[in-house]
Design a protein around this ligand. Structure first.
Ligand SMILES: NC(=O)c1ccc[n+]([C@@H]2O[C@H](COP(=O)([O-])OP(=O)(O)OC[C@H]3O[C@@H](n4cnc5c(N)ncnc54)[C@H](O)[C@@H]3O)[C@@H](O)[C@H]2O)c1
Length: 407
């Protein structure tokens, strides 16, 4: 398609009304004047809308990817007309890290990261002279927040970080419904196979896992959930899913989908049990959830790209196991990522988190901050308005009844 980058960014923009409203205000107020913002996010149309929004707010914006396979090259080509972008689909790990270094070399005041690889580089001794210029960072995903909380606990966090992932209007919708829908998009794009009537094993029943399990069931799959957290396991049971250990579930699986944020979830033991023809996909942030090394060791032959982004592993015992998107997040590596309407909420919060950092310059500690509920609530109200949905309001009497009980 001619001008596909431009058209796809425009399409996303038209479906991101909350961010459009915030963009209008930022354009008027110019809160990011004289600030450099370096971003490491999946470089695709919705991210382009966020980058252009921050630029309209007065920032000098630099963008790189946070994953070697999630970049959409037509978005890069279009965005490069407005700001520097350092990403291409299928880049090596070395090129990915060179991208982080390139945007950090621009001397950012605010960094926006997804997974915290870039924030980790900013903590290296060779970057220590830059730290005084940093107002703070904003982190997009669960895995990144886990890493930053660990750093904070060790007293090693060098600047404030906004936990954008933890905002209600982010993970309730992005992690659950966004990942739920787009993981299916990735699996269908990769395989063009039937989901109905098949058995799908979903590893992890957190925000993402819940979304994936529910959507897979909606497509007619027989879903089994695996967990390590007993509460989540009971929740899955009460939602009507079967729950069992991963090694046992693998025997029945036509599809296995991981989204735990953990490593080695599909290990040699699970792979030993996996049914021939089983399709493995990961929707967690890093490509560590499926033990690809173990899969390689068990195989006598590997065939790259039997379909686009589908690799076949021919096991010594005759089974074939397929891996989607090299074990990288299937919804972005193979599919098109979350729907624009979902990223409207996530990226509105990213823009507001950056604004919060700019407005609270010098007032924040080197800690991980939750997004203030007022910002969540503002995004929720704008979203409802954009959807044309009205809700009731508490009467004064009801408010008093709820808030002021006395003995
Ligand atoms: N693909 C995407 O677009 C996308 C979007 C949002 C988040 N993520 C990523 O997905 C991952 C999960 O995010 P989340 O928000 O659902 O996290 P979460 O913390 O809500 O859920 C993770 C769940 O996995 C379970 N778990 C951990 N180890 C396990 C194991 N060995 N076996 C089975 N279950 C295990 C945990 O008990 C937890 O319930 C993270 O890496 C996150 O960064 C991806």
């Amino acid at each position: 398609m001619k001008n596909s980058g431009k058209k796809r960014v425009k399409w996303a923009q038209e479906h991101m009304p909350v961010l459009a409203e915030i963009r209008r205000q930022l354009k008027k107020d110019q809160p990011f004047q004289d600030l450099v913002i370096s971003m490491a996010l999946h470089v695709e149309p919705k991210t382009a809308v966020l980058a252009l929004t921050l630029k309209d707010g007065g920032a000098e914006v630099y963008l790189t990817s946070c994953n070697p396979l999630s970049t959409q090259d037509d978005t890069v080509a279009y965005l490069k007309k407005s700001l520097p972008v350092y990403a291409k689909k299928g880049e090596t790990e070395k090129e990915l890290f060179a991208g982080y270094e390139a945007v950090l070399d621009k001397g950012p005041n605010i960094v926006i990261d997804d997974g915290s690889d870039m924030i980790a580089l900013l903590h290296k001794p060779n970057r220590k002279d830059q730290i005084s210029d940093i107002l703070g960072a904003s982190e997009e995903t669960t895995t990144g927040i886990q890493r930053l909380r660990a750093l904070e606990k060790q007293g090693k966090l060098l600047f404030p970080v906004m936990a954008t992932n933890n905002a209600v209007m982010k993970h309730f919708f992005d992690n659950r419904y966004g990942t739920g829908q787009s993981t299916i998009d990735g699996i269908l794009t990769g395989t063009n196979l039937t989901i109905a009537g098949k058995t799908a094993v979903v590893c992890g029943y957190g925000w993402c896992g819940r979304g994936i399990a529910t959507r897979m069931r909606g497509m007619g799959a027989n879903v089994i959930v695996t967990e390590v957290n007993p509460v989540k396991a009971i929740e899955a049971l009460h939602d009507g899913f079967r729950v069992m250990p991963t090694t046992e579930a693998a025997r029945q699986a036509d599809f296995i989908i991981t989204s735990t944020g953990n490593k080695g979830v599909i290990d040699a033991e699970a792979l030993k049990n996996a049914k021939g023809g089983c399709i493995l996909a990961n929707s967690g942030h890093f490509n560590v959830e499926i033990d690809i090394h173990a899969l390689e060791k068990m195989s006598e032959k590997t065939e790259r790209e039997v379909r686009e982004l589908v690799d076949a592993y021919y096991l010594k015992d005759g089974r074939i196991i397929y891996l989607l998107g090299e074990g990288r997040l299937v919804n972005l590596a193979v599919g098109q990522g979350h729907p624009a309407e979902i990223m409207d909420m996530s990226f509105s919060l990213q823009a507001l988190a950056a604004l919060y950092l700019a407005e609270h310059k010098g007032e924040m500690k080197n800690e991980v901050y939750e997004i203030p509920y007022a910002l969540d609530s503002m995004v929720a109200k704008l979203k409802l308005k954009a959807m044309g949905v009205e809700i009731d309001e508490l009467t004064e009497e009801q408010r008093k009844y709820i808030e002021s009980w006395e003995l």
